[in-house]
Design a protein around this ligand. Sequence first.
Ligand SMILES: *[C@@H]1O[C@H](CO)[C@@H](O)[C@H](O)[C@H]1NC(C)=O
Ligand SMILES: *[C@@H]1O[C@H](CO)[C@@H](O)[C@H](O)[C@H]1NC(C)=O
Ligand SMILES: *[C@@H]1O[C@H](CO)[C@@H](O)[C@H](O)[C@H]1NC(C)=O
Ligand SMILES: *[C@@H]1O[C@H](CO)[C@@H](O)[C@H](O)[C@H]1NC(C)=O
Ligand SMILES: *[C@@H]1O[C@H](CO)[C@@H](O)[C@H](O)[C@H]1NC(C)=O
Ligand SMILES: *[C@@H]1O[C@H](CO)[C@@H](O)[C@H](O)[C@H]1NC(C)=O
Ligand SMILES: *[C@@H]1O[C@H](CO)[C@@H](O)[C@H](O)[C@H]1NC(C)=O
Length: 926
Amino acid sequence: MFWSVWAVWTVLCHSVSAEKVISLVGNDWTVSNSNGSISVPGHLPSQAHLDLYAQDVIGDPYYNLNDFELRWVAYSNWTYTSAPISGLSDDASSTWLRFDGLDTFATIKFCGEYVASTNNQFRQWHYDVSDILSSCSESHRIITLDFGSAPKIANQIANEPGQETWPFGVELVYEFFNRWFIRKEQSDFGWDWGPAFAPAGPWQPAYVVQLDEDDIHIRNTDIDIYRRGQTNGIPPDQSQPWVVNASLDYFGDLPEGARLHYVLKDAEEKTICSGQLESVNTTGSTVTGMVSVDDSEVDLWWPSQLGPQTLYWMTVDVYSPAGKYLTCVTKRVGFRTIVLNQTPISDEQRALGIAPGNNWHFEVNGHEFYAKGSNFIPPDAFWPRVTPHRINQLFESVIDGNQNMLRVWASGAYSPDFMFDIADEKGILLWSEFEFGDALYPVNPAFLNNVREEAEYQVRRCNHHPSLALWAGGNELESLELILLNDSAPEQLPKYKAQYEKLFIDTLAPVVFRNSKSISYTPSSTSNGYTNLNVSSPHPITQRFYDVKPGHYYSDTDFYNYDPAVLGNNSAYPVGRFSNEFGYHSMPSLQSWRSQVSEDQLSFNSSVVFLRDHHNPPGGLNTSNYRNASAGQAQMTEAVQLWYPVPDKKDPIANFSAWCHATQIFQADLYKSEIEFYRRGSGWPERQLGSLYWQLEDIWVAPTWAGIEYSGRWKILHYIAQDIYSRVIIAPYYNSSTSQLTASITSDLWTPVSGTAEFSWYDWAGHPLDTATPASVPFTVGAINSTEVLDVNLSSTLSDFEPNDAVLRMTLTASGTLPNSDVKQTFTHENWFAASPLKNAQLRDPGLELSFSNSTQSFNVTATRGVAAWVWLDYPAGAVVTFDSNGFWLAKGESRVVGFKVKSDDTGGAWIDGVTVESIWNQTLS
Ligand SMILES: *[C@@H]1O[C@H](CO)[C@@H](O)[C@H](O)[C@H]1NC(C)=O
Ligand SMILES: *[C@@H]1O[C@H](CO)[C@@H](O)[C@H](O)[C@H]1NC(C)=O
Ligand SMILES: *[C@@H]1O[C@H](CO)[C@@H](O)[C@H](O)[C@H]1NC(C)=O
Ligand SMILES: *[C@@H]1O[C@H](CO)[C@@H](O)[C@H](O)[C@H]1NC(C)=O
Ligand SMILES: *[C@@H]1O[C@H](CO)[C@@H](O)[C@H](O)[C@H]1NC(C)=O
Ligand SMILES: *[C@@H]1O[C@H](CO)[C@@H](O)[C@H](O)[C@H]1NC(C)=O
Ligand SMILES: *[C@@H]1O[C@H](CO)[C@@H](O)[C@H](O)[C@H]1NC(C)=O
């Protein structure tokens, strides 16, 4: 479990060092505003909104329209004042303040004296305050942190003389302006899925450190594990031994000639190897050494579904040249290589039918694999209340959803270590991004220097985690920002493209390459890749930009089209090597709405519901026009109207709930269709090797692209993605203009699988239809490949039948082995195809029946009278439960037993009595 990390850390790093570390974490703080009208107990780490809410100065920031009502909090300064710090020694050689994160513009004082000012939420700060302490009495040993208003300061910076400007329409504004001038979580200023609180406060732990002479404090650690000779972005030689390079950032005085001793232990704390690190180098702030480890000594770490998540403990002890022990650090590590392969398609690949161009896929330990997952956004507008417990629960849903990769999106915050720890344990690869998105950024020397320091700290902090899969410069830069720029002011493209390269290639890439040989870097999520990579050059990457040849594929893709007619239109979906974002928004459940919205607001177009839809308002979502935010609600409504029976219930709350549910069905249907398309592409010329949909989870309760609601409750999407991310799937592909229907089997296993596909047509009452479709088709599908098992034309196949009353069930049963396993397993999957949109289908009551077995703790759903589409088990508020499956279809007479996991339960088990079942047919009832 994740909390074991901290326990073992203290066990393994056992030696007592001379340094004295006083934690400032706790309740010994006061928060006050500038005029003193508010002064309440506070916490560290925290943010002002959280402390004010805890003291009832403000209401729940997430309730109703408080996101707008609480603007004054963002526009105020907030001062955090510590109690006098006790236990400081008066004869230490030096005394330091260390802050692991200040959000964002803080003036730091100690004993009433100015220490420093900060301007970057993502940097670690440390200051020598020995001189201040020497003339400071015990009762005056107080730290004050005065936080300025980030929205105000962003505006001030924007108005500085000579400040950079951008052509109209390039800088995407949501609520507060000018986020691109400051190094603060960009979504704090609003986003299309979230609120704008722009919180301020000491959001990470802080310490006072006292050192003796010739003593150091380790403030950050970079452990890099790679194959000898490996360079970033190039598949390494897997026969080479491992190199473990450990580099410690410290403050204090490290005498010349320090020695580093290491111990590598397995998860059970059995020593694997130990000794001196070699080629030790010391600078005034870093000490680095390395050692080789043979393959025979360690087992590999694999992502989920591909093998075990083997982890080790690496401890480094620091000794003075005279052999005096100084300090030590322990990090949990894994042995794996992970590469984003963007090399040109080889002749061997061409011979397999892969189209020319470049690769764009991940390889773990030298193996290609299919990346299945979604995009992670900040799980809360206030990070200090994101606990390991919450992330553990969320990541359990990621694993249960058959996902092995998350793209940690670029305009939130860098993942905390506990999040990486949980990902390391569960085998979730984290494609990580620097925090830049949907804007172009200044490139003056001060800004670039600030960014360089931020990147240096974060790259080094995160590098030892085996789940770290990639660094990307930012979100939608080449695929959106440079295109918007070209639309708005084409003559200025060269200037701004050069600025883009200066920040994302010449500044960020060298930081990654200098601090890691194991992690690949790409300047923009979604791009056409590079034409040249030279990690030791000052301009290490030459991007291809838009210089592409027809019939060649180079890149990852993203896709958003809010015309709901796009559902199932395979010619509309992008063809590329990897799909890193795509989606459509839907409403959260009634149960979730009720947790943040008053009863009078529970209707589709109420002002609160309406104002929480931040999608696509005309002219962008900023404070002056957010009240026009209507586009999103209209799109969801149109999508339901185009495809499904429209809810029209007499009871207004039941009607609201049915509409929320209907928008989730469209969302799930669309993502399913796209994932089926992208996965089939693994066997097509584009050799498509990844699908990460937008977005995993919610930051609050609102209409968004999420598959998991703020409480942890799954929308239909997460269940449907779980199903369609199964290892071996069967899926229909229909061309409505030619009436041609095909079905393919796609496998992401690493060895071929063989089995049988079966097809049966029914009418909605569940009677079999006797068509010429083959009932049973044997197949073999190769490793990470797809094969077609059906190709019929519906105008002839259904010539004797009514398409509005015809549904096709397809199933597969196959036998094969999992990666890194010899054990034969059976794989099954089923899918359904309705020959007309459900809106027009002759739906009949499927006679759903539900029972609960206390002895097996499972539900049993049966369709007694007909075919049931989109069968949905619902459960009341007060609990968070995930069913083993949901959103499925049933043939007439078919039952499904559904188990569940309880994530939280405030109902004392009573939620079980409130479980209901419905299908799409229930929507037709008034
Ligand atoms: C003090 O500041 C708060 C904002 O932090 C403001 O709402 C209040 O009106 C101010 N009070 C006075 C007396 O100026
Ligand atoms: C708020 O903080 C900013 C910058 O940190 C400072 O310039 C300003 O004077 C402060 N305002 C008040 C009322 O203290
Ligand atoms: C120390 O510096 C030397 C010379 O630059 C270099 O060859 C060696 O690899 C460095 N050691 C480490 C552990 O990086
Ligand atoms: C996928 O399978 C087909 C049919 O067996 C084969 O021709 C093709 O080369 C395979 N693709 C890859 C990338 O192995
Ligand atoms: C939906 O309809 C079925 C009959 O098919 C019925 O048993 C069930 O109670 C209905 N569900 C809800 C939530 O009304
Ligand atoms: C359900 O089963 C549990 C044990 O699994 C038992 O304690 C409980 O009494 C049972 N409840 C009923 C209503 O039978
Ligand atoms: C589920 O319910 C159906 C209909 O009552 C019944 O026929 C079937 O045996 C049940 N399945 C299980 C596993 O209890």
